[in-house]
Ligand binder design. Structure first.
Ligand SMILES: [Zn+2]
Ligand SMILES: [Zn+2]
Length: 189
């Protein structure tokens, strides 16, 4: 007999589905609030926007990597665990959100890269805040697509990701932006 989910199961499932939205927005606000007043405002807006734009390339690249054919059993297992299972279970909503363990590790790595590139903390923080905001936006669009929420103005992006799931796994890697699919010639047919 299948056990009916009780309140604890629902709370746990709710947490699994909502964890990036609890963790990252406060981090984005804290980084922007600390670094914003330490930077000239046009530069601050530019850095945040630059991070946001950079996210669209990171999103395309990471998603592309998940679908690269590989002979390495270890990497194949990683792709399977991190993404390919999502293709077989697109209706498993907690499974369509990136695990916190993975996203936090990537966030630390990208912050380190930004610090190395900018050599100053405040610009790196603003760029990273933009990049992280892009990631949170990705989770919104992706989750809404799989939860079949109708979000005003987003129907075309949701259809775009649905194309990736409908036998075009080697195309439409962008979720929030189709630009890099156009650049790298992976637009869906
Ligand atoms: Zn998906
Ligand atoms: Zn995919």
């Amino acid at each position: 007999m299948v056990r009916r989910p009780d309140l604890r199961d629902r709370l746990y499932e709710g947490w699994l589905c909502s964890r990036p939205f609890w963790v990252y927005p406060p981090m984005i606000v804290a980084m922007a609030a600390w670094a914003g007043p330490r930077t000239e405002w046009t530069a601050a807006v530019g850095l945040f926007g630059g991070g946001l734009a950079a996210w669209t390339l990171v999103e395309w690249g990471l998603h592309r990597l998940m679908h690269v054919p590989t002979r390495s059993p270890g990497f194949r297992r990683f792709q399977e665990f991190a993404h390919l299972r999502h293709h077989r279970e697109p209706d498993n909503l907690p499974g369509s959100i990136v695990r916190l363990r993975g996203s936090l590790a990537l966030a630390v790595a990208f912050l380190a890269l930004a610090l190395a590139a900018f050599q100053t903390v405040a610009p790196a923080m603003l760029f990273h805040a933009g990049l992280t905001a892009g990631y949170v936006w990705y989770e919104v669009v992706h989750f809404a697509t799989h939860a079949r929420w109708r979000l005003p103005g987003l129907a075309w992006l949701q259809r775009y990701h649905a194309l990736h799931h409908s036998r075009q796994w080697n195309r439409a890697f962008g979720v929030t932006c189709p630009l890099w699919d156009w650049v790298f010639e992976t637009l869906p047919r």
